[in-house]
Design a protein around this ligand. Structure first.
Ligand SMILES: *[C@@H]1O[C@H](CO)[C@@H](O)[C@H](O)[C@H]1NC(C)=O
Ligand SMILES: *[C@@H]1O[C@H](CO)[C@@H](O)[C@H](O)[C@H]1NC(C)=O
Ligand SMILES: CC(=O)N[C@H]1CO[C@H](CO)[C@@H](O)[C@@H]1O
Length: 205
């Protein structure tokens, strides 16, 4: 073997060790179980977050009859997917879609926090929930990366979905944007809980 070849192999194995090192292989089921437990708490909180958010925005958002489940906002990922398509995704593909969605949601939650800090500066509880949610998402992203690396993959690099121009919006649009973010975040957590229920069956702890 010539020297350049040997050093290439060395680099390759270093990369492999780097990717494999966050979690030893045998503990993948432990991380999956940990992540599942985290998700159940996030799921419970996502309903509280949505309701708290709505109650702080005034009418029509705070009306008890308010419901606009089909509202969307550019760049905020939707969780809806046909069952068959979802079921035939590989584990890595399914995790990658989560990674992509939560990366975008994390950015949007920061934007919602910024908006609410101006619109509802006295709603400290809401501001705190938005902040904690974003922290939990960051933790989830790290878990997703760890699980994917053990399964032999890594997240597809995400492109920024949020453009600086879209930060500018009227107060009403900001309120709608925040609603869509909290609403779709809750849908995503529901989907991810299903994803992980499936993973847990394959990797029982
Ligand atoms: C991890 O474990 C799985 C199944 O237990 C096995 O197929 C795979 O080869 C292992 N990967 C590594 C990097 O050891
Ligand atoms: C759920 O919300 C409570 C209160 O805001 C917070 O203390 C806790 O850390 C949250 N947990 C998760 C997993 O988001
Ligand atoms: C590898 C990794 O990131 N594990 C974390 C997964 O999430 C749980 C709960 O937040 C943490 O305790 C783990 O350290």
């Amino acid at each position: 073997m010539n020297l350049p070849m040997a050093s290439k192999l060395l680099v390759l194995s270093a990369v492999f060790v780097h990717f494999a090192s966050p979690v030893p292989n045998r503990s993948v089921s432990t991380v999956i179980a940990q992540t599942f437990n985290l998700l159940l708490l996030m799921q419970a909180n996502s309903t509280v977050l949505l309701n708290t958010y709505l109650s702080c925005q005034g009418g029509p958002f705070s009306d008890s009859s308010f419901s606009a489940p089909r509202l969307h906002y550019d760049g905020v990922p939707t969780a809806a997917i046909p069952f068959r398509k979802w079921r035939t995704l590989s584990d890595l593909e399914r995790l990658d879609k989560n990674y992509e969605a939560y990366s975008a949601l994390s950015e949007f939650l920061q934007l919602v926090w910024d908006d609410q800090f101006v619109i509802n500066s006295k709603q400290v509880e809401l501001l705190e929930m938005l902040k904690v949610t974003r922290l939990r998402i960051e933790g989830l992203l790290s878990n997703l990366t760890a699980i994917m690396s053990v399964l032999g993959g890594s997240p597809t690099p995400v492109t920024d979905s949020l453009m600086l121009e879209s930060v500018e919006a009227s107060t009403f649009e900001k309120k709608i944007r925040g609603y869509v973010v909290c609403h779709l975040y809750r849908q995503w957590v529901d989907r991810t809980v299903r994803d992980f229920a499936l993973l847990k069956e394959k990797y029982p702890s």
